[in-house]
Design a protein around this ligand. Structure first.
Ligand SMILES: C[S@@+](CC[C@H](N)C(=O)[O-])C[C@H]1O[C@@H](n2cnc3c(N)ncnc32)[C@H](O)[C@@H]1O
Length: 829
């Protein structure tokens, strides 16, 4: 079972035994990073009563097998459907289709005044049949009645008119008719911001009467039902035809025109007013569409351009935002206030896209605009970060304690490059371009897109799951939304499309070896001409593959990928993000680099000294798990077998020894000291003294066992006052044994008497940083706390705190200042 949060009373007792008060504990427990930190320490995770744990275990086991069954059934149904031949569509009369098309009580029906307690949404990832790259001129028009079900109609497009309001569960659905009067359901997925929009907003995105073309439409049966529908997975397949006179020429509609739910506005001013109303309600996509419509009426309306720039910034369409604002700057308006607004919006779009030099250029125009000057000062700071790799981590950490934090820092690319190793044995990966020292900063990466559950607080009670047929996992809302967000980012960014093209997307997608690769799109792709049409064709299937392989769980010390926990706890929604350079990093259970999150910004540092050309690896799994668990997890999701030093060392033990070790590690929380000692002896006996183990140098399972022992000693020291001191000493010794098991070289294990050497001498050899530093730092702090609180060994305690700072600094940087911030609640005693 994965770590659960400890029982706070037990933790309080432990902390009390170490000399801390309840306030400190309470304060520390309000910090999510500390809560997670504590929950990762195995002994803590077992604090609750065994009965409680058993109940939880059973519940999770049941849920887990139910999840596996669901995935298997979904996959089987999908494969069965794929294996069947295309068929003619059953005829469903228009009236029957319209009568059966009721607005569901899905998420979109929830208005501000509706109380919705629980919502349920389920969908699939990995069923996208393709996306169109053809223009309408290259395609033949086809009619609904001539389409076959279970078929993507390559080389064809369908012209249709929306004749119903929308309904919305995961996709936005509506009924459409073709010029012959045939009708069918149209289901649109992944349209920007549509997942969580209200039905009213969906109606504004797809108003009744709108004429659409769907390029190379996929006609299919729904997963539950017999009335086929056109499923649009790539929203770039949609073409809005309202203003396509050539194609519409001669097209007539046999039925009377349906009443338009949203009437067209007469002129640019009316569109602007409408857009402003949407803007005030933060209905960005509707506002962008209204401003775009106004600009079709009057392409030079500077207010519409300015307003659209503002809403594009909100949507993350920074290239087009800058373009709109630059157009206004070029108009040389006499109104200085409008000009300043234009400069500010352009500067903001450049700043947010990391184009800091353009911010400086605009600032040098000499307009008296304090906001632009401030942006310019910030741009200078960002440029310094980007060029030097120097960051004020303590301040950044402080600023990222709030939920869903996205700190304002520059990305940094240190001495690393994406390369394909010669010889074809290793896959493409990330390598250092020069020798680096342990702890050196290699990369600071800002996400292509990130999602925190807190971004949509109204959805926190929602039950959302997506069955991922690409890797046979059950994904939660975060993973699905992340894909939507990447699609939204690509809407306006052809360069991102090239990056996605270059990233590994799994076995089902053509391999892309180079990085960066030549842009797939034409060398210059203009800005958005209208908000509802992306500037490129979007390969949504590939985006799904890329996110399924490369998404990271976002969290300070989160060493498990979001999807791994989802597998075990399908409804556990966790922050997640897609990152560019880190996605090229291969896995090792014993990695050469470590990641830390500051909000959604990922910093990667070397865990040991690396020679020029050595590979930068990170762990995809919890390296503290047994060989069996690590292998199973990595193999299932990424389909490879790790051959890092730890895996080689584990493989040098016999399979029987590994099994015995896995059994011994699985300790019920009720075990007493002698039983734990027995387990330790058993675990020790399973390691072979092989050259591989010596090279690897660590025994993670022993860390856990010794840590458990130390923890139980600590508990007992609290209960048996008479022997408290002796028990605390034994607790410290067990913690030291734990640290040695993961490679810390302790030179002074004494807990009393004179300190060896000078009083400030560290009790460890700093020649080698221990592995699993996220477990080591809290353990070292526990040693220091015990030395100072229970044994009055303040000098020793101070030296051990220095050890904790050293370990922490190597993995997260930021030195004493960041350490102090992170562990303040424990250190202020
Ligand atoms: C996140 S990507 C890593 C970068 C990838 N190698 C690339 O070319 O873009 C994960 C994929 O890389 C490969 N991979 C990662 N670590 C590996 C390892 N230790 N051994 C073999 N293949 C590995 C697997 O195919 C895995 O699904």
């Amino acid at each position: 079972m994965a770590a659960s949060l400890p029982d706070v009373t037990d933790l309080a007792r432990l902390v009390g035994a170490m000399g801390f008060g309840p306030e400190q504990l309470q304060q520390a427990m309000t910090d999510p990073s500390f809560r997670r930190l504590v929950s990762q320490i195995p002994a803590f995770s077992d604090l609750s009563s065994s009965t409680y744990e058993d109940i939880l275990d059973d519940a999770f086991d049941q849920e887990f097998s139910q999840t596996l069954r669901m995935i298997e059934q979904a996959k089987a149904a999908h494969l069965r459907e794929q294996s069947l031949p295309p068929v003619k569509s059953p005829q469903v009369p228009r009236s029957a289709l319209l009568a059966g098309f009721t607005r569901s009580s899905g998420p979109a029906s929830a208005t501000k005044d509706t109380v919705v307690t629980m919502q349920w949404r389920q969908t699939y990832i990995g069923v996208v049949p393709g996306y169109s790259t053809k223009t309408l001129d290259e395609l033949e028009r086809i009619d609904i009645n001539n389409m076959l079900v279970r078929k993507r109609h390559e080389g064809a497009y369908i012209m249709c008119r929306i004749i119903s309001q929308t309904r919305h569960i995961v996709s936005v659905e509506m009924i459409v008719e073709d010029p012959l009067g045939a009708t069918c359901l149209l289901s649109i997925y992944r349209y920007p911001t549509a997942l969580d929009c209200t039905v009213e907003q969906a109606d504004m995105m797809f108003p009744i009467g709108t004429i659409l073309a769907v390029r190379e439409p996929y006609y299919k049966f729904p997963s539950n039902g017999e009335v086929p529908l056109i499923r649009v997975d790539a929203p770039s397949d949609l073409v809005f035809l309202d203003r396509h006179p050539v194609l519409l020429n001669g097209v007539t509609w046999p039925t009377p025109g349906p009443l338009r739910s949203i009437g067209p506005a007469d002129n640019a001013v009316t569109w602007k007013d409408r857009g402003n109303r949407y803007f005030k309600r933060k209905e960005w996509i509707c506002a962008a569409s209204a401003f775009s419509e106004g600009l079709l009426q009057d392409p030079t309306d500077h207010r519409l351009l300015l307003n659209r720039a503002a809403v594009y910034i909100e949507l993350g369409w920074l290239r087009s935002a800058a373009h709109d604002a630059e157009r206004v700057i070029a108009m040389d308006l006499e109104d200085a206030q409008l000009l300043r607004k234009a400069v500010y919006r352009a500067a903001k779009a450049y700043y947010l896209s990391g184009r800091y030099d353009d911010v400086r250029r605009l600032s040098s125009l000499g307009l008296q605009c304090p906001e632009v000057q401030q942006l310019c000062r910030n741009a200078d700071r960002r440029l310094r970060e980007r060029n030097s790799g120097q960051y004020d981590w303590a301040t950044i950490y402080g600023a990222t304690r709030a939920a869903a934090s996205r700190p304002d820092v520059a990305a940094y690319r240190g001495p690393v490059a994406v390369q394909i190793p010669k010889g074809g044995v290793r896959p493409r990966g990330l390598f250092v371009t020069r020798a680096v020292k342990a702890g050196e900063l290699l990369i600071v990466s800002k996400p292509i897109a990130s999602y925190f559950p807190e971004d949509t607080p109204s959805k926190q009670d929602e039950l959302f799951r997506s069955i991922n047929l690409l890797n046979d996992t059950m994904n939660n809302r975060s993973h699905y939304v992340l894909i939507d967000l990447v699609v939204q980012r690509m809407w306006d960014d052809p360069d991102l499309a090239s990056v996605i093209q270059a990233m590994y997307a799994g076995e089902s997608f053509p391999a892309a070896n180079g990085y960066p690769i030549a842009p797939a799109a034409p060398s210059f792709v203009g800005p958005l001409s209208h908000s509802r049409t992306p500037c490129i064709d979007i390969d949504v299937g590939r985006v799904e593959g890329v996110c399924s392989i490369n998404a990271f769980g976002v969290g300070d010390i989160d060493f498990t990928d979001a999807a791994s926990e989802q597998q075990e706890y399908p409804n556990l929604d966790k922050p997640t993000g897609l990152y560019e350079l880190p996605s090229f990093c291969n896995h090792a259970c014993l990695p050469s680099a470590d990641r830390t999150f500051f909000g959604d910004v990922m910093a990667i540092r070397a865990t040991r000294d690396l020679k020029a050309g050595e590979e930068v690896t990170m762990t995809y799994c919890d390296s503290a798990q047994t060989y069996q668990k690590r292998t199973e997890f990595v193999q299932k999701k990424w389909r490879f077998a790790c051959d890092c030093l730890l895996c080689k060392a584990d493989l040098s033990d016999s399979p029987a020894a590994r099994s015995r070790r896995a059994e011994a590690v699985d300790m019920p929380s009720s075990l007493g000291i002698s039983a734990i000692k027995q387990r330790i002896a058993q675990i020790k006996s399973t390691y072979t003294d092989s050259p591989e183990r010596r090279r690897c140098g660590i025994k993670p399972e022993l860390f856990h066992a010794y840590h458990r022992l130390g923890f139980v000693y600590s508990k007992e020291s609290h209960v048996t006052h008479r022997l408290a001191r002796a028990k605390v000493e034994l607790c410290i010794i067990a913690f030291m044994d734990a640290l040695e098991a993961v490679g810390l070289v302790i030179t002074d294990r004494s807990v009393s008497g004179p300190v060896k050497g000078p009083s400030s001498a560290l009790p460890v050899d700093m020649i080698r940083v221990p592995s699993l530093s996220h477990l080591c730092t809290p353990t070292v702090i526990q040693i220091a706390s015990a030395l100072s609180g229970a044994l009055d060994q303040d000098v020793r305690a101070r030296n051990w705190i220095k050890v904790a700072i050293w370990i922490e600094n190597t993995s997260t940087g930021g030195g004493e200042a960041l350490f102090e911030q992170k562990y303040r609640s424990f250190l202020n005693t």
